[in-house]
Design a protein around this ligand. Structure first.
Ligand code: HEM
Length: 497
């Protein structure tokens, strides 16, 4: 009896040992690297390097690894290997010189749970991405992007924002949600055909879901989900909030789409949603183009999300830096008073005569490091980058932080210094390593809109108010890392000038 049990245990142990040995060998064979594949730190079998990455400051950890590995290295994050690229020269080589080789985004279990398969603008690939990107850009142009009408819309929204700030009567307040609402209203007018009042409770709730989801998407929880989707699907944790937030955001967008459908007049499209619905009606489309009712929600959601969080985060950093460096705030205000004055409406045309303000906005985008890690890309074919071989299908991540703080490109990378964008005569100068919107064919689709919004909101705010920190508050220049790098909650005073 005892002997049978011992034999059973031995059998069980033997079987277990065999399974473990088999898994280790299979893992080794599957993850063997081809010659000249980028090297990287030692990775654990099955787990890889997922727990090596500093989850609080991953962009800094990855940039430092870049220094150690000659700007190109690989990490294994669960099942998948990712090649990281750092420093201006190699990032430019990947995104611009070899743009065609790294155009697609890799498979993401997280994205696949939110929208199924090839969908939307950010995650779509191939023909669908090309058609949808072109359609989005031309439709946004039809509704004002890059034109005087857009300028007027932003100026009008700025007046609403000033009124809200006036209501604080000089008391301490956190401007984050107001900036979020103001910035979001610009993309909302082009996409949904309407702006939302700052007191609209439902819309404010949506903005909170957006902020929370973008933060979670860049967190360790999202990385764990990407690395081990089958296990994480069944585990409790904050990653589940991300999925429930997305469901609520999708339901919000769906309600707007249904209303648009009921009111649609094909001869007079009011916005992006109407234009998309009209495009669907123009059958026959190739199914691969993505002009169908399933794809309208991911496309709208991508514009709504990307068009809200990034630009308002940049504005928040702008306030924080100009409060921290009051001499910069004074110089900006002096230039605004001199070039625009107090009576006329600011306009994009003023930019050409405001090199200091333009340099400050560029430095906010550089030092603010709004999207520190960029979006993942994929090698569309076997490719050689630098000296390294990257096989077809490998995920790559060109780290934007490493470009915006590249010691070979910037005179004082770790200081807030508008002089980075000024020549000796005080004229504005462009810098090649200025890549907050990424670069190449898949560069941020909203760059032009974001730049217009930033200039007009920024100038309107600083013309009307002098900003200072709330009593006893020292503004924190460290950020919270998600997909975007956002400021910690902060409070300020706005005093009318
Ligand atoms: C300061 C503001 C902004 C920053 C720093 C920013 C940054 C970025 C970055 C780094 C990417 C990834 C590009 C890549 O993979 O190489 C991106 C993509 C994208 N952005 Fe922005 N963005 C901003 C504002 C906006 C706005 C206002 C919109 C709204 C129209 C927008 C829409 C998008 C879309 C749709 C993509 C995906 C493009 C594609 O995959 O083809 N962004 N953005």
């Amino acid at each position: 009896m005892v002997l049978t049990s011992v034999l059973e245990i031995l059998d069980f142990r033997g079987l277990l040992l065999f399974i473990v040995a088999f898994l280790l060998v299979a893992d080794y064979v599957k993850n063997r690297n081809p010659p000249n594949y980028p090297r990287g730190p030692f990775s654990l079998p099955l787990l890889g390097n997922v727990f090596n990455v500093d989850s609080k400051e991953p962009h800094i950890y990855l940039t430092k690894l870049g220094h150690a590995y000659n700007d190109i290295f690989s990490l294994r994050l669960g099942r998948d290997k990712v090649v990281f690229i750092t420093g201006y020269k190699l990032v430019k080589e990947a995104l611009v010189t070899q743009a065609e080789n790294f155009l697609d985004r890799p498979y993401s279990p997280l994205q696949c749970r939110v929208y199924s398969g090839n969908a939307g603008l950010f995650f779509s690939n191939g023909e669908m991405w090309k058609k949808q990107r072109r359609f989005a850009l031309s439709t946004l142009r039809n509704f004002g992007l890059g034109k005087k009408t857009m300028e007027l819309t932003i100026c009008e929204e700025s007046r609403f924002l000033l009124d809200e700030i006036d209501k604080q009567k000089g008391g301490a307040f956190d401007p984050t949600i107001l900036f979020n609402n103001a910035v979001s209203n610009i993309i909302c007018q082009m996409v949904f055909g309407q702006r939302f009042d700052y007191a609209d409770h439902q819309f404010r709730t949506m903005l909170k879901y957006i902020s929370k989801s973008i933060q979670l998407e860049g967190s360790i929880w999202a990385q764990l989900y990407e690395a081990f989707p089958t296990i994480m699907k069944h585990l409790p944790g904050p990653h589940n909030d991300m999925f429930s937030n997305y469901k609520l955001l999708q339901a919000f967008v769906k309600e707007v789409v249904v209303k648009h459908k009921a009111e649609l007049d094909p001869s007079e499209p009011r916005d992006y949603i109407d234009s998309f619905l009209i495009e669907i009606m123009k059958k026959p489309h190739e199914t691969t183009d993505g002009f169908d009712e399933e794809n309208i929600i991911p496309c709208v959601l991508d514009l709504f999300l990307a068009g809200t969080e990034t630009t308002s985060t940049a504005l928040c950093w702008g306030l924080i830096y100009l409060i921290t460096y009051p001499e910069v705030q004074e110089k900006v205000q002096e230039e605004i008073d001199r070039v625009i004055g107090r009576s006329k409406e600011p306009s994009i045309a003023d930019k050409a005569n405001m090199p200091y303000t333009e340099a400050v906005i560029h430095e906010i985008l550089r030092f603010g490091d709004i999207v520190p890690m960029n979006g993942l890309r994929m090698a569309d074919k076997d490719t050689t980058l630098g000296e390294s071989f990257i096989p077809k299908g490998t995920a790559i991540l060109p780290i934007l932080h490493s470009v915006l703080f590249d010691e070979n490109e910037w005179e004082t990378p770790y200081e807030f210094n508008p002089g980075h964008f000024l020549d000796k005569e005080g004229k504005f100068v462009r810098r090649d390593a200025f890549m907050p919107f990424s670069a190449g064919k898949r560069v941020c689709l909203g760059e032009q809109l974001a730049r217009m919004e930033l200039f007009l909101f920024f100038v309107t705010l600083f013309r009307k108010f002098r900003f200072s920190a709330a009593e006893g508050e020292k503004l924190n220049l460290d950020g919270v890392i998600g997909v975007t790098r956002t400021p910690h909650p902060f409070k300020i005073h706005a005093t009318a000038r």
